[in-house]
Write a protein that binds this ligand. Structure first.
Ligand code: 3UK
Length: 520
């Protein structure tokens, strides 16, 4: 692929961008001039959007946002399902200089209320499916809120011409919220430059994506992993993205693959495991897929092996993060190792450091630090978290890693208590607080526990107020109640899959729960 005019990468993979530009131009507007106007940019079960239609609707969306009195630099929260309007809002905002913020759509109203307040956003746009959680959050604040359908009606009346708002490569472009083990979600502020870097270095140089690819991601667009694979990279290469708004299950996924015949498929390990179970019952046609990508949590070697055996396709595992924007250590089709995260993506520098922040000897494990040109600039409103995580141009990933003699990186766990469940962050503290809300519960600790596919899910260890008798007072009925309470209060994927009842929890002298003693 020839790079868009004014953009180049040096021999060290460092990007060079015009001092003043707007990233919507190379990702959206460029394609019409390059002859792709009639080509499908997006395909869904109900429509196909061409590159010419996309460019026009992005302009209308930008104008509609300006018409709602948003000004350059203002934030706009978008809780949206995977649909073409996600592209219109996201890129229309960027082209108008407005900062789009697409949160996880599985969250609950207190999370959204917090994000509305923290971001001081001027507008919330949401798919009507999420009204139950977004509605109560917007009622607590004076912010304007619209459903996507109302916004689409405003777009229809707006002009289809929009001058891009010029910015420097390092100017704020969009945010992504990421959760922490304690405290509230952190808004990672990404610059104009960042999507150019991930698309070229990982999308083109690692995946080998071209104009001829068709991408489909079961991981949703709000997740930087899905956003890269199924929006940013297709738009960068002038290829096609397939969107399915449904909750992904093996059936919906196979149906989508058979119908749209994608060449690149991405999902989190939990979905590959579920698909493998479904493939036992019924063979499916995956012949269009040239490569699969996995991220969010480590892909067990056994899932890699069984998938290859069943489908003939390799799954490329890679570690990415919200802060780095996309995958920075990854396997490649011409160089992979099952069970490993792979090797650093060209242009990204990784270091494994000991407690004194000195590099460990090869083969030893330590904290993984990363230097990335696509790294978030800072966390909004969180100078202390920023100072802890982003140090002299390096990102502290919070992961423990080891590099083998052949140069492959192996994930060895987190340095905090955070869990990845289905590839998405999950704080044990949040689940513990929910469990303590049950009248029978005195104390609770939540840790990660491997299921039959070797994937981590939350397990609760509970002390009851009446902790006497069989099973320390616990029963199957109470376990059901506790699970139901968590499913109702928290994002549904966060409920504990197992509950164990104990007479007491191991603690430090100061009363802090020793979660590591409970991980077994
Ligand atoms: C963990 C992995 C082992 C790891 C993400 C691809 O997951 C993404 O972003 P998040 O901010 O989480 C980042 C953390 O998740 N992790 C992710 N991938 C792997 N651990 N093997 C993996 N392959 O703890 C990391 O620090 O939610 C993934 C692209 C974009 C992303 N944002």
């Amino acid at each position: 692929m020839t790079l868009p005019s004014g953009i180049s990468f040096g021999p060290d993979h460092k990007v060079s961008l015009p001092p003043s530009f707007n990233v919507a131009v190379p990702f959206i507007d460029r394609h019409v001039g390059e002859g792709r106007g009639a080509k499908a940019a997006i395909r869904t079960a109900s429509e196909t959007v061409t590159y010419a239609e996309l460019a026009e609707r992005v302009n209308r969306a930008g104008n509609a946002l300006l018409g709602l009195r948003l000004k350059p630099g203002d934030r706009m929260l978008m809780m949206m399902k995977d649909c073409p309007a996600f592209f219109y809002l996201f890129w229309g905002a960027i082209k108008a200089g407005i900062v789009p913020v697409p949160p996880n759509t599985l969250l609950r109203s207190p999370d959204y209320a917090y994000m509305i307040e923290d971001s001081a956003c001027r507008l919330v746009v949401y798919s009507s499916e999420y009204a139950g959680e977004v509605g109560p959050a917007v009622k607590q604040s004076p912010v304007q809120a619209l459903t996507v359908d109302t916004f689409l009606a405003a777009m229809a009346k707006a002009s289809d011409e929009l001058e891009p708002r010029l910015a420097a490569p390092g100017d704020d472009c969009f945010w992504l919220y990421s959760s922490g083990s304690t405290g509230r979600p952190k808004g990672a502020v990404h610059a104009q430059r960042d999507m150019v870097v991930t698309s070229e270095l990982y999308g083109v140089r690692v995946l080998g994506m071209t104009e001829n690819d068709i991408s489909y991601s079961a991981a949703k667009l709000f997740f930087a992993f899905g956003m890269g694979n199924c929006m940013t990279f297709p738009l960068w290469t002038g290829s096609t993205a397939v969107l399915d708004e449904r909750r992904p299950t093996p059936d919906t996924i196979f149906e989508t693959i058979e119908k749209f015949r994608p060449t690149i498929y991405s999902a989190v390990p939990t979905l590959y495991a579920a698909q493998l179970v479904a493939l036992e019952g019924k063979p499916r046609d995956l012949s269009s897929v040239r490569l699969c990508i996995s991220a969010g949590e480590a892909l067990p070697a056994e899932i890699f092996r069984r998938w290859k055996e069943k489908t003939g396709t390799v799954i490329l595992d890679g570690i990415g993060s919200t802060e780095a924007l996309h995958i920075f250590i990854g396997n490649r089709l011409d160089d992979y190792r099952p069970g490993a995260s792979g090797k650093p993506v060209p242009g990204y520098e990784a270091r494994i450091l000991d407690e004194k922040r000195k590099p460990v000897a090869q083969g030893e494990s330590g904290a993984l630090w990363l230097k990335a040109e696509s790294a978030a600039k800072y966390y909004w409103n969180k100078p202390e978290k920023t100072a802890e995580t982003m140090v002299e141009g390096w990102l502290n990933t919070g992961d423990t890693y080891r590099q083998d003699a052949d140069g492959y990186y192996f994930y060895e766990g987190r340095s905090d208590d955070m869990l990845k469940v289905g590839g998405i962050w999950c704080s044990p503290v949040e689940i513990e607080n929910c469990l303590i809300g049950h009248p029978a519960v005195l104390e609770a600790a939540v840790v990660g526990h491997a299921d039959e596919a070797e994937l981590i899910k939350p397990k609760a260890i509970v002390v009851l107020k009446e902790a006497r008798g069989t099973n320390n007072g616990g029963s199957a009925a109470l376990t059901e109640e506790l699970m139901a309470l968590c499913k109702k209060t928290l994002a549904p994927y966060k409920y504990p899959r197992w509950v164990e009842y104990v007479p007491e929890l191991p603690k430090t002298a100061t009363g802090k729960i020793l979660r590591f003693k409970l991980r077994a």
